[in-house]
Design a protein around this ligand. Structure first.
Ligand SMILES: *[C@@H]1O[C@H](CO)[C@@H](O)[C@H](O)[C@H]1NC(C)=O
Ligand SMILES: *[C@@H]1O[C@H](CO)[C@@H](O)[C@H](O)[C@H]1NC(C)=O
Ligand SMILES: *[C@@H]1O[C@H](CO)[C@@H](O)[C@H](O)[C@H]1NC(C)=O
Ligand SMILES: *[C@@H]1O[C@H](CO)[C@@H](O)[C@H](O)[C@H]1NC(C)=O
Ligand SMILES: *[C@@H]1O[C@H](CO)[C@@H](O)[C@H](O)[C@H]1NC(C)=O
Length: 954
């Protein structure tokens, strides 16, 4: 109680000072830096949150650190640094930690340190007393294996630093060896006002997503407030699957195999829904259940058979037998569903057994049976002793098909449902009582809607200590992951064999990979595969433990504990002991169990942000199909929309589809199709340029699409179209005809110069161009905010860069020093130092070694100092474009989209040029990675000659 009171007091004071202080004024408790760095290697994500806080008061102060992490993740490290002294959290066996620090436990401090908030997240919080005018750095690391659902992976990053932070950034790096097939940035934070703060760079196998909102934006954006940002960034992607046999990675004696073939026909299913209609379902729950069932019935394939059972203390079947999903049967089932109303008690035992019996009576060759139980309460009539029900159900099912248990709300006995599901090769999911409960139900159904393989057995002759390697079903859109240890490292090759039953027959996938090729790829994070193996093993052991008893249970628990300790994972079996400076009490962090009610104290902590506008839900751990998660359902609808609008072409591959999703301020997403005739394209080439001088007939027709948003902000995109087109446009459709105007071919001499990269969200291959040296180049100019940046370019990079901002600010960079002038006062910094400066008019300079992060009003640019052949040079990375569609200069053009044509031809803005496959160093980060890129003449990218980009003085 006392603690809570303290927290609220502190919080109120923060609020007050945020409200009264102007931008740029330092707060008493100043979070001056907040970084989130996430590295994903082969789906294994390791995320580090670093928060640096200063106590600006002349008295000591308790400083809080509170962050949210995905429930699915394990915390693996926590460190506090105060006055050069570090305090590391240590993971210990839970009972041991609790005994050792029993006073901490009795104070209730173990319960609160990590608590469940919402559907997807857990909150980690701690605090420490910091002396007057001192600083503290908190660093938290967590790890998780991203799971494929609905054909994609979601990396969810929650950002809620508790106040606007001058040096705030999220850096995400993804490395997927088979290649990244698509990547999108979504979530509550990727709203209209913040789009300019997100930059995405992709190569075939790698992607970088950087989110650098300025301090001002953090208090003015839709999901922001006085306390700064509060929301999620979700990076959604999938990988290429060139081999049906799957993807194999190995390193350091461990391997992981990802298996998700797509070349398989769907297997018809027999599905029975067992629906609770007990009294507690009354009202919204039963209504949402009806709505979800109606939608689900709308999706059942014609060769599926299905059954419906509703239950309270009595069992009612819609039809005594499973029936085929014909139109008339579905119609009649829907009528039945519409009539489902709530009544009596909850006889789960009889209902589930009835479902099992129906499926058992309906044996069908080449089909997959699934039983789905939806309930919101605990069994309370008939056989109501949970272990008895579990035993009955297990015996009746006899391992023949999976049972999925959906627990609606928090009054369910979730443990019981989970055990029962796991014992029958299914899973349990929670359906949260919320306005989107029907979407959650549909989202769940979608994960099991399309079985592709049955009885999947994965074998690895040269390996041991495998994670689960036998799976009842493999569903479309999911992925089977098996990891293990390689027993014989002297083997020349590593073999995988997958045997399964497909719709028509038995299938075998075999693969033999040369060991040398397997290693190597992961030079940086050598032990990632090992950690992945440990993570997966612990997760599965914890599940297995639930279904066992006696000695077996103890053995499995022991094994999970051993690995948790070895890898320092905070799991339900371990605790992290956080020791603090002298005089402060040790704290203990325990991972909450799924299904635990949200603690009153954490509910309080959580209610703070939710008082803000537009609290983003962050999506569901179970089903990422919420308001800010457009799911495949939506995508399908949009796809058909595309077809009706543009039925004149057939996209070749999903990547070239022209569906563009964009968010709007309400966080909802819409699919839009935007088109413009080439005559109206003004962006880079200028109107006249595009319309003149088309070369004679070329077989490729063009289709240019350009999108902007209503605010007129520049997001000019030329949507990539498919390489070939289906039927020709209808001659009587003039707009279609205009769209298919022939492009112009340009040939330009190549130049020698510094090489620039242009990144693009949707294209895995960046463009690059060489720009000849020039002493006075316009880099970026934004007249409305009076910002301009010019530079001197040599063959390697920039030697000099000068920023003018307003009439009073000037920043002058050379490769030796940094000179900042404000109103005739000049300060000089040297590269290699660490220094921070916050000035008037939302100016901030953060220097760290060879990186200078500069914010001037609405623009944020990070300058890197690089060295090549012994020579230093500078390179700017514009992380936050001005809010202006007409920003000028060579960095004013962003996010250019292009189309690849056969014969190394590239089409940009309806101009075709010969491109050369080349490479460039991405100097917008450090160290600069080398990326493959299409080299094109700079004139095409910049839309003018170098003379158009020169200024009279720097
Ligand atoms: C992020 O973490 C990775 C792996 O630890 C590290 O190599 C990289 O330098 C970090 N990036 C930043 C921007 O701190
Ligand atoms: C703290 O600062 C205030 C105002 O700057 C001053 O009045 C006060 O004496 C200081 N207290 C201590 C303990 O130095
Ligand atoms: C599996 O899902 C993908 C989309 O994620 C779809 O293109 C494909 O047709 C589906 N396969 C089957 C057999 O339904
Ligand atoms: C598998 O695990 C056991 C115990 O956890 C260990 O003793 C054994 O060495 C491991 N096997 C291999 C091949 O490393
Ligand atoms: C580039 O400069 C030339 C000559 O000054 C001018 O004619 C042309 O319109 C400019 N092009 C653009 C795109 O501004």
């Amino acid at each position: 109680m006392d603690r809570t009171a303290v927290r609220i007091t502190l919080f109120t004071s923060l609020l007050l000072c945020a409200a009264s202080g102007q931008a740029g004024k330092e707060q008493d408790v100043d979070i001056y830096s907040f970084h989130i760095n996430s590295t994903v290697t082969s789906r294994y994500a390791i995320t580090v949150i670093t928060s640096r806080v200063a106590n600006r008061l002349n008295e000591s102060k308790e400083i809080h650190f509170e962050v949210k992490i995905p429930k699915n993740a394990f915390i693996s490290k926590f460190r506090m640094t105060i006055e050069e002294k570090t305090y590391d959290g240590v993971v210990k066996k839970k009972e041991e930690a609790q005994q050792q620090y029993s006073d901490a436990v009795s104070r209730g401090e173990s319960a609160g340190m990590i608590s469940s908030v919402g559907r997807t997240l857990e909150e980690f919080k701690t605090s420490v007393t910091v002396a007057a005018l001192s600083k503290v750095t908190f660093e938290l690391t967590y790890e998780e294996l991203l799971q494929r659902r609905h054909g994609k992976y979601d990396l969810l990053i929650n950002a809620q630093p508790m106040q606007p932070v001058a040096d705030f950034k999220i850096d995400v790096y993804i490395h997927e060896s088979p290649g990244i097939s698509f990547l999108e940035v979504k979530g509550g934070l990727n709203t209209k006002d913040l789009t300019n703060a997100v930059t995405t760079t992709r190569s075939v196998k790698e992607a970088w997503v950087n989110f650098y909102p300025t301090r001002d934006q953090q208090s003015s954006c839709d999901v922001c407030g006085k306390q700064g940002m509060n929301g999620d960034l979700i990076i959604t992607y999938d990988v290429e699957r060139p081999k049906p046999s799957g993807e194999l990675r190995a390193s350091d004696g461990y391997f992981v195999h990802y298996f998700a073939p797509t070349d398989v026909e769907r297997i018809p299913k027999n599905v029975v829904f067992v629906i609770d209609r007990s009294g507690s379902m009354s009202g919204k729950k039963i209504q949402q259940t009806r709505e979800a069932l109606l939608k689900i019935l709308g999706d059942v394939a014609e060769d599926d058979y299905f059954g419906l059972i509703t239950f309270d203390s009595k069992i009612e079947v819609w039809r005594p037998e499973l029936v085929q999903a014909t139109d008339s049967n579905l119609k009649s089932a829907k009528n039945f569903v519409k009539e489902i109303t709530d009544r009596g008690a909850t006889d789960i035992n009889a209902a589930v057994l009835k479902g099992v019996e129906m499926i058992n009576r309906h044996q069908r060759e080449g089909s997959a049976s699934i039983l789905i139980l939806l309930t919101d309460g605990a069994p309370n009539t008939g056989v109501s002793h949970p272990p008895r029900i579990q035993a009955n159900v297990k015996e009746a099912i006899g391992g023949k098909f999976p049972l999925y248990c959906l627990g609606f709300g928090f009054d369910v006995n979730y443990d019981f449902l989970e055990k029962m599901a796991l014992e029958n090769s299914g899973r349990a999911f929670r359906i949260y009582e919320d306005s989107d409960a029907d979407l959650q139900l549909q989202g769940f159904y979608k994960t099991v809607a399309v079985p592709l393989l049955i009885d999947v057995n994965l074998n690895y002759p040269g390996a041991a200590n495998l994670t689960q390697s036998v799976f009842r079903y493999y569903y479309n859109g999911s992925e089977i992951v098996v990891a293990g240890q390689i027993t014989d490292n002297s083997l020349e090759s590593f073999q995988t064999e997958v045997v399964a039953i497909s719709k028509n027959d038995k299938v075998t996938y075999q693969e033999s990979v040369i060991m040398k090729e397997l290693d190597g790829a992961l030079s940086e994070n050598e032990n990632v595969i090992q950690r992945l193996w440990a993570y997966l093993t612990v997760k599965q052991l914890l599940e297995k433990e639930m279904t066992l008893g006696g000695q077996e249970k103890d053995a499995v628990k022991e094994e999970a504990l051993k690995l948790s300790l070895q890898y320092q994972f905070v799991t339900p079996l371990t605790s992290m002991v956080v020791t603090k400076p002298q005089g402060e009490k040790t704290q203990i962090a325990d991972k909450p169990k799924e299904g635990e009610k949200i603690e009153a104290s954490s509910r309080l902590a959580y209610s703070r942000p939710s008082s803000r506008r537009n609290q983003p839900s962050g999506g569901s751990w179970i089903i990422p199909l919420l308001a800010n998660h457009p799911g495949p359902q939506l995508l399908l609808e949009s796809a058909s929309e595309v077809q009706s609008v543009q039925n004149s072409y057939v996209p070749e591959s999903p990547q070239t589809s022209s569906v563009q999703r964009s968010g709007d301020s309400s966080g909802r997403r819409r699919s839009r199709i935007r088109q413009m005739s080439p005559g109206r394209v003004h962006g880079l080439m200028g109107q006249g340029d595009v319309q003149n001088s088309y070369v004679p007939e070329s077989p490729q027709s063009s289709s240019v699409q350009r999108s902007g948003d209503s605010s007129g902000r520049r997001r000019s995109r030329i949507r990539p179209m498919s390489k070939s087109f289906g039927p020709l446009p209808h001659p009587t459709n003039p707009s279609a005809a205009r769209r298919h105007r022939k492009p112009r071919l340009r040939t330009l001499p190549s130049v020698v110069g510094a090489r620039f990269l242009i990144s693009d969200n949707s294209q895995p291959k960046p463009l690059c161009y060489d720009l000849p040296p020039n002493p006075k180049l316009r880099l970026l100019k934004d007249p409305p905010s009076d910002f301009s940046m010019n530079g001197k370019l040599t063959l390697t990079g920039f030697k000099r860069i000068i920023i003018h901002y307003g009439t009073k600010h000037q920043l002058n960079l050379s490769s030796v020093y940094i000179q900042y002038t404000y109103d005739l006062n000049t300060e000089i910094f040297a590269w290699g130092q660490t220094s921070t400066k916050h000035g008037a008019d939302s100016v901030s300079l953060i220097l760290s070694d060879n990186e200078l992060d500069v914010t001037m009003g609405t623009v944020r640019v990070v300058f890197f100092r690089h060295k090549k052949d012994g020579e230093w040079f500078l390179w700017p990375a514009v992380q936050q474009q001005p809010n202006n569609a007409n920003a000028e200069g060579i960095f004013g053009k962003n996010n250019l989209q292009y189309e690849e044509l056969p014969g190394s031809m590239i089409k940009i803005n309806n101009v075709e040029v010969k491109a050369t496959w080349s490479s460039a160093n991405d100097y917008r980060r450090s160290p600069a990675p080398a990326l493959g890129c299409w080299l094109v003449p700079y004139q095409i990218i910049l839309g003018g000659n170098i003379s158009n980009f020169t200024v009279s003085r720097l």
